[in-house]
Design a protein around this ligand. Sequence first.
Ligand SMILES: Nc1ncnc2c1ncn2[C@@H]1O[C@H](COP(=O)(O)OP(=O)(O)OP(=O)(O)O)[C@@H](O)[C@H]1O
Length: 817
Amino acid sequence: MAPAKDTRHANKPKKSIENPRILKRKRNETELSTIIQRVEELDPKIRLESFSELPLSDPTSSGLTASHFKSLTDIQSRSIPYALKGRDILGAAKTGSGKTLAFLVPVLENLYRKKWTEYDGLGAIVLSPTRELAIQIFEVLRKVGRYHTFSAGLVIGGKSLKEEQERLGRMNILVCTPGRMLQHLDQTAELDVYNLQMLVLDEADRIMDMGFQQTVDAIIEHLPKTRQTMLFSATQTKKVSDLARLSLQDPEYVAVHETAASATPSTLQQHYIITPLPEKLDTLYSFIRSNLKSKTIVFMSSGKQVRFVYESLRHLQPGIPLLHLHGRQKQGGRLDITTRFAQSKHAVLFSTDVAARGLDFPAVDWVIQLDCPEDADTYIHRVGRTARYERNGRAVLFLDPSEEEGMLKRLEQKKVPIERINVKAKKQQSIKDQLQNMCFKDPELKYLGQKAFISYVKSIHVQKDKEVFKVKDLALDAFASSLGLPGAPRIKFIKGEDSKLQKNQPRALRYMSSDDSDQEEGEKKTKKKDGVRTKYDRMFERRNQDVLADHYSKLINDDGTMVDQGNGINGDADEDEEFLSVKRRFAAGDDALGDSDSDDSSSSHDKQKSFNDGDKAKLGKKVKVVKISDAAEPLIIDSKRREKLLQSKKKLLKYKGHSTKLIYDDDGVPHEAYELQDEGKFRADGDAQTQRAKFLETEAERNRVADIEDKELEKQKKREKKEKRKAKERALAEGENGVAVLAGEEEFVDPFQSDRSDGDEEVSASRGKKHVPEEEEDAPRQSKRSKKSHKVESSAKEPLEVNTLEDLEALATGLLA
Ligand SMILES: Nc1ncnc2c1ncn2[C@@H]1O[C@H](COP(=O)(O)OP(=O)(O)OP(=O)(O)O)[C@@H](O)[C@H]1O
């Protein structure tokens, strides 16, 4: 089913068979090939040696011993044979059962058998829903493919597109996230996919769901229809629509655990506890305190929750290193955190679902689900971070009484065995007073708590499974107070909107209109309602102006451009998405930092009158209020950009009404576009209505023709522009006279290392030399490469710092306590 191999490069340079390095590699590859051949011939039930450490045939050469050779897992032994025959595959197997190798081995082996070279272009794409998982897959590919000479790259965004573009042109295998891949398919002229043989979707059901729908469809449009497609997940999609979107051809459904009693690993113990929402944090803290010698992941529903819980528990110093991970952190920070957690023996990682799928952290003891997962599939993936590949693990789900019945039903439907346990009352500690004290002293923490509260409530509100998630049944006031907040921030929900739609909206959009405004409004209303206010009440209720003003001034730079904040409560890299929506026109009278824009100009005009000095002060010294004309509403100048905008508006207004279109005839006499004709002549031409109709007809025809010509011209221009760009990029690439083959064994760049060493290495690449004799490579490029390898090597030698000072402090305090 794969297309005939490209013969474009029939004249490509012959590789030097005398080169001993090439011979050595070739031998290893042949051995690998033979082993896989054996698998192909086997009855799929028979277990073979593991591919996890290749090559298998020569332990001494790879430093491996016989103990490394374990059995193939079920999914590997059953799907690899089909995959090697070029069949499309729908692979489903429990978490931690070795699906990664089940697709990477065939990717390598199929390309090897087709004698794929750098000249054949991109042979395989592996798509992953998250950057972390893509990095992990790339790492495994690096290991298993180290005796191959294919070039492979990691494309996960977050870094310079240009730098990636330079290297992508000659890759054979790409591991990527959908968004960045599409960007390259659209923009990188050198990326040649017309010969693509294999497309793999890891965590396929996630990639095919609503969040990625448009991106994935657009990617598929770029790819050739005749290719092998493999989908893997612990919760595989069987939706016909998904299969149709991917143009799967007679796929083999390899579902190894379909008849198993449980959908989760048998080595996993699963429990749930009923803990009312206001007691959740107490229970979590008590759990952490009594498991200081464990490695735990705690899942929450939003990044803001993660930040608040991390920040507040960190202050309490439980005696174990705490880490936190969510999607709004910068890439470098995310990598550092996952690496630190992977290397830690005892630690707690607070995370959103960004870590729920695919990540293979070694030896995780506990998975705690502090917030109920949105569905049973998410539950299965979250708990799958422990009890991986025959190891033991334990998982605890925290449920509010209102969630119990619905969630248990969902889990039962998905064959998840789970038992209730109770918390030992004498071990339960309350941290409510401490949190209140902390929030009182630290307005930033209180502000974070308010955001965490709002994002939690909203996350419940947008859930589509209303049998499980019922906002009205939650004790919200008590929950707010358990976070240390003086009262529950009031939240407005968008009425009548489909919750699913909201949920799939970009997060910034979903929340931008209401977070701050709701919270402030809630506070204002509480103020009005209540009677006597104490000093403490007032302090609690003050609006953290310092926090907001600080954020605000950071958002609007001197030149009015948005700046990347990168500052969480303690210099964290994450951002609050609603701040991104701050830069806008302030309808006067609106709260300068909170409420949404008003389109009603009359009301904003009225409001302008009340835009007083106090409000201006909130915006800082740079604010000017300017009126363009009597009719126009005043503009608030809060940035240079807005000032420029105003200037150009003024110019426009100045000339408005003075321009007339004149047409000059052959004698240079000006005429108006439509001049009145001589009346006698007009009458002679016939009835006015007929003339009008005729005129309209000819003009419409003229427009139609002009429109077609314009469109053609536009297309032509675009084509020329694209051609020029492509030619330029090609010329540049050829000028370099280098070969971007990546997978030389010593030079396969470790994405973790490269990120740490120079922080600018998204397409991690190294080069092999099988198909290009060394003497053909130009010196400058070689030296650049060797410098790079050296850099990576030296950074690899530095021991990775596992704990921060704060973690160590926390640990020490805990031990002393
Ligand atoms: N044949 C094997 N022998 C020994 N260990 C293996 C074998 N195959 C995979 N493993 C190990 O099992 C662990 C889990 O593998 P992997 O990450 O591929 O699981 P997965 O099925 O993709 O899980 P998830 O559904 O969570 O993504 C890894 O640490 C991997 O090295």
